[in-house]
Ligand binder design. Structure first.
Ligand code: AMP
Ligand code: ZN
Ligand code: ZN
Length: 356
């Protein structure tokens, strides 16, 4: 967890005044380390057992930017010389209002990339209202462009109503809808690359889940870099895969980024959370284990990304009859799900049966 006093991060060595009010922000894993910045020797505000390092606010921001830069310059699984992003191209980042995607948008903007945002309104009550507000404020403060798409307006259902109508899990309906919305906006506006804020904890948990169930197809495609293929398939990248959620949360605090602290209220029972919890248990006595697990996989499997598995898959793609995005079937999984939802949703009969 992170401890804040007066809006600033404190380590266990800080002395606080009597009666001081502190804020505890839960994030994944904890740990100890040196209290001095490894770069300049000033008082550290963040310790990272995995790196056996601590940083002052300035050098913590440099550390985060350096890890993002390294991911962009040397993406695992990419052909020799390929980069996640190029200066001058048009980039779209999906922002949820949470710490990861806003920290990443800030870093990319500071590094000089031209990045627009996309917020997808999922219709999850006050949680969605607050998430949208935070994204809007972030963009406005920096003069950045934010696209907004409301599931209800565009597709005729929200995450809760869609899950209720289809009988599928909320996370399943939500994930498929979000990914489709990202693709649709990226393709409509001709972006070269689509960025998401998936971090080291997210990617390690996904990897563990895919290994446990031996989802070979997903394993072969789990890369923070997915090459673009023409105008309907922008490059997809995850430049935060080298950073933990503790690091992105700490970055937001020292960079003065306001983000939504609350978790999605519908997340209960989400297996992704249980996998993260399991990895945290393993990481606590062995800092760095999560990174070893993920990076070890990427190092070993990187050469096989984008080979036959992918070529076969790509060769089988055609246009979805309904939304026109690439799919191996006649109608894509998103459009099939949407049809099922609208067939049972009260009042949905008034809506156009075709997306858009
Ligand atoms: P999650 O699937 O919630 O772990 O989020 C993973 C990434 O998806 C985030 O870092 C964002 O880049 C993106 N994302 C999640 N929710 C939204 C949303 N409502 N609108 C736009 N992007 C989102
Ligand atoms: Zn320093
Ligand atoms: Zn479709």
């Amino acid at each position: 967890m992170l401890v804040l006093h007066d809006g600033a991060l404190v380590t266990r060595d800080h002395e606080l005044p009597a009666g001081a009010q502190v804020e505890i922000r839960p994030v994944v894993s904890g740990g100890a380390g040196g209290p001095r910045c490894v770069v300049c020797g000033a008082g550290a505000v963040h310790e990272e057992p995995r790196h056996r390092a601590s940083w002052c606010p300035t050098h913590l921001q440099d550390h985060v930017a350096n890890q993002v830069r390294r991911a962009i310059d040397h993406p695992p699984g990419a052909p020799e010389g390929a980069r996640m992003l190029h200066y001058g191209e048009r980039v779209l980042i999906a922002v949820s209002g949470g710490k990861d995607s806003l920290a990443l948008w800030d870093v990319l903007h500071r590094l000089g990339y031209h990045v627009d945002g996309l917020y997808v309104g999922l219709g999850i009550g006050g949680y969605s209202t607050r998430s949208g507000e935070v994204c809007r404020a972030f963009a406005a403060e920096r003069g950045l462009h934010l696209h907004e798409l409301e599931l209800a307006e565009r597709y005729g259902y929200t995450t809760p109503s869609g899950a209720g109508a289809s009988g599928r899990s909320t996370c399943g309906v939500c994930g498929l809808s979000k990914r489709h919305a990202f693709d649709e906006v990226a393709v409509e506006h001709g972006y070269d690359a689509l960025v998401t804020g998936h971090n080291l904890d997210d990617e390690a948990a996904t990897l563990l889940g895919n290994v446990i169930r031996w989802q070979e197809h997903f394993l072969a495609r789990q890369s923070p870099y997915r090459a673009g293929r023409g105008p309907t398939q922008p490059r997809k990248v995850k430049p935060l895969y080298r950073l933990s959620e503790r690091e992105t949360a700490a970055y937001c605090v020292v960079a003065g980024i306001d983000y939504v602290l609350e978790e999605c209220p519908l997340v209960d029972g989400n297996t992704g959370h249980e996998l993260k919890g399991a990895l945290d248990l393993l990481e606590a006595p062995s800092p760095g284990l999560k990174a070893q697990f993920l990076f070890g996989f990427l190092d070993r499997v990187a050469d096989h990304f984008d080979d036959e598995v992918d070529d076969d898959h790509l060769a089988s793609l055609r246009e979805c009859r309904s939304c026109r995005l690439p799919t191996p079937n006649e109608v894509c999984a998103f459009c099939r799900q949407r049809e099922r939802i609208l067939a049972v949703l009260p009042g949905a009969g008034d809506l156009d049966a075709e997306p858009r």
